[in-house]
Every structure is written in C-alpha cells, then in structure tokens.
Design a protein around this ligand. Sequence first.
Ligand code: F6R
Length: 615
Amino acid sequence: MCGIVGYIGKREAYPILIKGLERLEYRGYDSAGVALLNEGVFSVHKKKGKVVELKKLVAHKKLLGKVGIAHTRWATHGIPSDKNAHPQLSNSGDIIIVHNGIIENYLTIKKVLTKKGYKFYSDTDTEVLANLIEDIKKNTKVNLGEAVRLALLEIDGAYGILVLAKDEPDTIVVAKIGSPAVIGVGGSKTNPEFFIASDATPIIEYTDRVIYLEDREMGIIKNGELTIKTIQNKIVNPYVHKLEMKIEELEKGGFEHFMLKEIFEQPEALHSTIRGRLIESDGNIKFGGLEKFQKELKNLRSLTVVAMGTARFTGLIGEYALEELADIPTKVEYGSEFTYRKKAIAKNSGLLAISQSGETADTLNSIKEAKRKGMLTLGIVNVIGSSIAREVDAGIYNHVGPETAVASTKASTSQVLLQIMLAIYLGRMRGLTKKEGQTILKEIQKLPELAAKTLKNSDQIKNLAKKYKKIEHFFFLGRKYNAGTAMEGALKMKECSYIHAEGMNATELKHGPLSLIDENFPSLVIAPMDSMYEKSKSSIQEIKARGGLVIALTTEGNKELEKIANDVIYIPKTLEMLTPILAFIPMQLFAYYIAVERGNDVDKPRNLAKSVTVE
Ligand code: F6R
C-alpha cells in the first residue's frame, strides 16, 4: 500500500521525508519519490524501485526546501515506472500532489480536462487530481486549501493526499477518505512545525502529539497554523492524541505480527476488492480489464483454473461458483501440472490463473503454455505489474495491498470473492438473471461488515488455540464450497504451526482416513447451515462415535452442534457460496494463535518464501 510523508517548518525537509519513506517501507511499494519547494521552485525526484534507488538518484544533488512531500507507491493505475511514480505535477507545474488510494471517477474527470486542453503524461489517477486542483485554482482564484476542497467534492473513491502549490510556499494541504492520514504537531508556539504521514511511524521521533484525520476531513497548514475542516467546509476541533507506542509496534499497526495485522485488515480488503465493481441496477459486475474481451468471454465453453497452494484452494471454491452461476464447465489444476499434461484443448476454452504475488513460476508457465495452445488467458492477481499480471490477456486485480507475512490471508479471501464476482459476470452473459445477480450482490455488499463481526470472536479462537496447542495431528473437513476451505485451513495450520494437518472433503473420511481417529487426533469440521449441513453433521457424529474430538464451525444461531461437538466456532449467516470467505477467518486465527503459543516465527515460517519463483 502506498505511503505519504509531508513536512512544513523551519528545518530542511529532505532528511525528514526520506527517513519517513524508509519507515513506511514495511507497507510494501514499487516506486518512491520526493518533492521540495524552495524559493518558488519545485525540485521533483522519483524512481521505480526501492527508496535506496531514490537516495542514489539524488545523492549528488543539493536538496533544499523547508516544505516538501514524499511518497512510496504501490501501483494501482498504471505499471510501476518512473513516470507513474509520485509526486505528480499539474500541467503548468504549479500544483504537486502525492496520493494513496483510488479515484474511481478519474476517467470522467480526465475527459473533461482533456477537452479543456490538459495533457496527461502518466497513467495515474493522481495526475488527473493535480490538474483538477490547478483548473479550479486558476478559474475561481481561490487559495490552495479551497481549491483542494472544491476538487474533492467532485471525486469518488478513497484517498489520502498531500498537496503543495508553487505560489503558496507557506501552505501544505492534507485530506483523506478511506486511506489513513496522521498529522504530527511539533516545535513550539513561536517555531511550529508539522509532520504528516500515512501512519505515525515517520512522525514518532519528532513529536508524540498527533491528530488522526477522519474520513472526509482535511487539514490546511498555513503560516504555522493548522485548520481542520470537513470537505463540506465545517470547521472541526481536532483531538490531539499522545503517542505511547514504540516504533516497531507502530509498523505493524499495533499488532504483534504482520499475519495478525493482515487477518484483521480483511474487512477493508474485501471492501477494496468490490469497490467500484458492483452494478446493482443490472445485477452485474464491472471488470475494467475484461472489457476488451467481451466476445471471447461470451463464447467461452470451458475454463481451467491454475494456481498453487492457497490460491489453488480458493480455485476449488471458485469452481463451484463458476459452474453454478455461469454454467461453464470448470476444472482446477496445479499450475505446475498444466504445463506437463498432454491434453487436447477444446475450442473456446479459457485459463484463469490465480496468484497473490503474480510471480509463482508454476502458474506463470501454465499461462505461457495456454497461450501456445490458443487459449484466452485471464488472471486474478494482487501485485500490479507483476509477471503474471503482464502475461495474461486480461486481468483482475485484488487491490488488497501488500501481504507481508508469508502465509496468505487477506489475498485469499479476496481471491474467493473475485471468482464469485467473475462467475456473476460470466453468468450474466449467459443464463443468470438480473434478479439472481442482484440477490448475490446484496449479500456481497455485506461481506466487509460480516468479516468484521467474525473477527470479534478472535478471543474465543485464542482460547481454543491454548487448548489444542499440544496436538500433533489435525483433520480439516468440509463439503462442497467448503471442501476447499478445509484444505486451506489445514495448509494454514501446517505452515504456521508446524502441526501435521490434512484437509479434505468430509465425505472421504469413511473411505479410509477415519481409521486414524482417536482422542489425540481432532477434526475441525466446517458445517454452516447450508445445503450440506445434514451431511456435515453426520461426519461429526461419525468422528464422535470413534472417540475423536471435534471443533465445529457453523452459522450463528445454530445451537444444535453445541450438544455434539467439543467446541463450536460461529460465523455470521450469509449465502452458501460466500461462507468460505467468512470461514477462512477463524481458521487463519486458529493457525496463527497456535503458532504463537508454540513460539514459531509466524511471519516467516521455517523453510518457506513469500513468492515461489522456481519450478
Ligand atoms: C500459503 C501460501 C502459498 C501461496 C502459493 C501461491 O499461505 O501463501 O501456498 O498461496 O505459494 O502463491 P501466489 O498466490 O503468490 O501465486
């Protein structure tokens, strides 16, 4: 996720800004940049790659200026490159801006500005905003703060921005919706200074007094004075917090590990996954990246999903949705096997590659192979501009921000959701009615809130982890949509806790594995109140009858399993196909808390790497 840093005061800004960017590196990014304002001139330096590359770029330059802004960019609009890096200048060079987040209606605004003669030199939505501010400032003769406010009234989306104007060197403007922004108040009454950033990590060494901007609020620092107002122009009395955290804690947002932070980011991640993509009026989905391929997608007769690890398990869930909603015969393959399987490819068949990193060699190779065979290739990828994102014909981004912990969490729930959304999209080209589409969309919209509700049970899961931490074997079982969920639960347990775990379709149990069950071999059975509930309940009874322990995961309000299972975890009610998204969360927490109990290096489990770029 992008990071912003700004400074205005009596000190030289560059050392503060560059250090701030280094402090934000943990958020993940693909380019970095800085701009300083000195004697009416902006000096702007930006570079694809890490902050250290930016430092090298400016190493022999004199960087002066007591006001400046800086940025680490996690690409959303346009590939990672020098030109797409921030800060972005307006056409006349009078306005400069750094921006986190996404401006959803930037294309509409870009069209209007293009008609007025504005030119665009990057692929970013940020440059559009810079020019919109310039246009308003020029035409209405207002100051920077007011021009930014008026521009923001025209914008849909989420953002955290910092803006400077060449003719107002005493001013810096910050505003936000969705993305965080913190203002650090430093110095003294006679010598005030302000530090602004995406979180408090770049600020903490200068001051412990901070103001957290709320959504739709902006801060205007002018002549050493800070005014906070809403975008609707209502003055706000800010609450100044005293920071008590240590820097290391702040980097993980106050969480002990990145994995826990990323688990708790899921409501926001699901929100970002659906943002701007649901067309309620038509019961349909909008995927910008697929628009050019409407004809091919309409003619698609079969689909092969390729992925590895967690991503493949999400494919096993998506497979059901693609068949149920889009009526497309779908199969899921290991990326690694697709390349080596000698198989005739039917006409109009497509390949869907799923990958968080976009760099998994096994999955990447299967795309190349599919292209050789003339298949249409699609991708669901989190990392913008990654190899898989570039290799596929048409792609869909998760937009969940970087995953730092090795174990995939927030990307995986987003992968499931995007496959269901893709199934709706393809379904609406076939037999899925508008009404059916609308019903699912309505439930999808509730997911971020339901995920937040699911996370509220984290203390219960923590206690379960204490109870089961010494166990050496585990079964994870589920049916239909939740068979893939069970496999993912087992994988999380293996990789984080180093406990032997097997995930499978619960029906398999009686065909062999049941012989392993005894009082030291517990099972986690995913049994929401859906079309498979009675069958899952039978599996629980089979295990109990053989002296096995059972943790049942079921829907809120279903008290029946409390009488049968040893422990019960609840998830909120939702549509059957969406249950895996909520069921993933307690399983991630369970694996995480057991790993912590066992003293494992949760964020970097032994022997594993975050992206597997070898075959
Ligand atoms: C498990 C995990 C891995 C990845 C797999 C594919 O928590 O993260 O199993 O899912 O290596 O990685 P991507 O999605 O980057 O292709």
